[in-house]
Design a protein around this ligand. Sequence first.
Ligand code: 2BA
Length: 109
Amino acid sequence: MKLIIAIVQDEDASRLISNLMNEGFSVTKLATTGGFLRAGNTTLLLGVEDTKFDAAMAVIERVCKSRKQIATSPSPVAGTTGVYVPYPIEVTVGGATVFVLPVEQFSKF
Ligand code: 2BA
């Protein structure tokens, strides 16, 4: 068994959960925040049997789209004023950032 930790954009989360559940996967949804953009994203936890691992990854890849987002970043140059001026930068986020861990034990009590 493997544990898939998938960080996805909020826009994709609902459709991804529906698709995964339709294919028989159990999913736990966590509301999370990206450290760089300081914006909400969604982290999904899926415990999957090894035989169904490829199918789960295929659903994630199919549903999650990458998007461009504008973020404001503080200027590294404070100048003589000592004031940091925010400036917009464009970043490409997602589709999904996925970590895969081996599961040593899985129990339900
Ligand atoms: P954020 O940390 O809010 O990052 C959003 C997007 O900003 C990233 O998209 C990336 O394109 C960009 N970015 C992040 N750090 C950057 C930096 N130091 N300089 C320039 N651009 C930067 P993704 O790579 O698709 O990541 C989406 C979200 O997945 C991240 O949101 C974070 O919540 C999570 N994530 C990504 N890599 C991770 C990792 N190695 N460990 C833990 N969480 C990760």
